[in-house]
Design a protein around this ligand. Structure first.
Ligand code: GTP
Ligand code: MG
Length: 407
């Protein structure tokens, strides 16, 4: 199976995501069978930067991308955004597998919360390319399999189910030499590779991508072309690609200044409206926007209508407190003390685009999109009591206004 196109790097691109300290970097080392990522026992996140290393798993070329704990570190938003943009640039044009790294052990309420947050942040498409990889396999009881362990915790079972049941286990410390048919890293990494290849076949042989990743790749390739035309030195394809990635990374970092990390993570992992918002950010058009113009990579009115429909459903969930927290943060940028929900009118407060503050005008603008579009809905639709009825009323309303939303 050929997983590459054009000038992009050969091999599988695997991204390690997960909970801080659960062994992402160690798992990267186990996969590559080499100590390339630093690991340390520390209550604070050791991996502060997104780095990638290439190697092979059972003779298959791979690039492994290690990341900071995007879901649970209390790192500064600016720093996390910097690393996240780096990670997305490294992943362009797409990801062959997201490895969600968690450990075998006791799951406290706090740990379950992080698992829940991970489950919520991954869009449906990204979940079709995800595998849960457990570390600390030595903590399994005698004869216990990873599937047995997962069954014990509802939050874990939900995540694994959403990943199509795909989960594996390694022990980065104890299973390197162990001679066992199960408790052995070489056996488990072979199983992991088989699972990834099967998953890719089921997904039509393609990797995970979306409008954001495609736009980044487009820009990298344009930059590569420019370098080839203007650089006189004898640079290898790899060097040219790296230079292009660096330049595109800098450009995107400026574009995303002020965007909440949670929203950017949602855009990377495929939450439709956030992908649209990020692409809109890249295009840098600030004036005269209506929500309907948030198209995904210019996919046209159909995509715009879908985004609008999904956004308004999310806004409904935000008003009823059932939307994921990172979406709530997108529409509550300024005054956590001030309710965005006016119970009497069913309206949301639209933050002023000129309001002073640390956020960029673009971030303020994004935070205004959802409430503004919400407030444009008829009062009777906004104040519907049940989600199912709201969806039906919203569809009718959007059809009436000449859109064709699909749920
Ligand atoms: N026994 C055992 N220890 C492990 C395993 N994986 C990681 N560790 C230890 O757990 C600690 C953290 O591991 P890392 O691989 O650095 O974890 P991480 O998720 O990359 O951590 P941060 O980058 O700090 O978020 C280190 O002391 C590792 O040696 C494992 O499978 N078994
Ligand atoms: Mg690490």
């Amino acid at each position: 199976m050929n997983f590459t196109t054009g000038t992009e790097e050969k091999g599988l691109r695997l991204v390690l995501l997960g909970k801080t300290g659960d062994g992402r970097s160690g798992a990267g080392n186990t996969i590559l069978n080499d100590k390339v990522f630093p690991t340390k026992s520390s209550p604070n996140s050791v991996t502060q930067q997104c780095t990638s290393k290439s190697g092979t798993i059972h003779e298959r070329p791979v690039k492994v991308i290690d990341t900071p704990g995007f879901f649970d570190t209390d790192g500064k938003d600016d720093e996390l955004r910097y690393e996240l943009v780096k990670c997305i640039t490294e992943c362009a044009p797409g990801v062959h597998a997201f490895l969600i790294v968690l450990k075998v052990g006791r799951y406290t309420e706090q740990e379950k919360e992080v698992v829940k947050k991970i489950t919520e942040t991954f869009g449906e498409d990204a979940l079709r390319y995800s595998v849960v990889l457990f570390t600390h396999g030595d903590q399994l009881s005698d004869g216990q399999t990873i599937e047995d362990f997962v069954k014990e915790t509802k939050a874990l079972q939900e995540l694994v189910d959403k990943c199509g049941g795909r989960c594996h286990v390694v022990d980065n410390k104890h299973w390197n030499q162990q001679k066992d048919e199960y408790r052995n890293n070489s056996v488990q990494t072979k199983k992991l590779l088989d699972t990834i290849e099967k998953m890719l076949r089921e997904n039509g042989g393609n990797y995970y991508t979306n409008a954001l990743l495609q736009k980044i790749e487009e820009d990298i390739q344009a930059e590569e072309k420019r370098t080839r035309e203007h650089e006189t030195g004898n640079k290898s394809d790899k060097e040219i690609r790296e230079m292009a990635q660096k330049n595109v990374f800098k450009k995107f970092l400026t574009r995303f200044a002020g965007m909440a990390t949670g929203a950017l993570l949602g855009a990377f992992l495929g939450v439709g409206v956030l992908v649209g918002a990020a692409v809109y950010c890249i295009k840098g058009v600030l004036d005269g926007i209506k929500l309907g113009t948030l198209t995904e990579a210019g996919a046209g009115a159909g995509a715009a209508a879908r985004i609008r429909f999904k956004t308004l459903v999310l806004a409904y969930q935000a008003t009823t407190g059932s939307a994921p927290s990172y979406l709530q943060s997108l529409i509550t940028p300024y005054s956590p003390a001030r309710s965005l929900w006016s119970t009497s009118s069913g309206q949301l407060v639209v933050p002023s685009l000129r309001e002073p503050g640390s956020r960029s005008s673009r971030a303020r603008f994004l935070s205004a999109i959802v409430p503004r579009s919400w407030n444009d809905l008829p009062h009777s639709v906004r104040t519907t009591e049940y989600l199912a009825i709201f969806r039906r009323e919203l569809k009718t309303h959007l059809f009436r206004t000449h859109l064709s939303p699909t749920a």
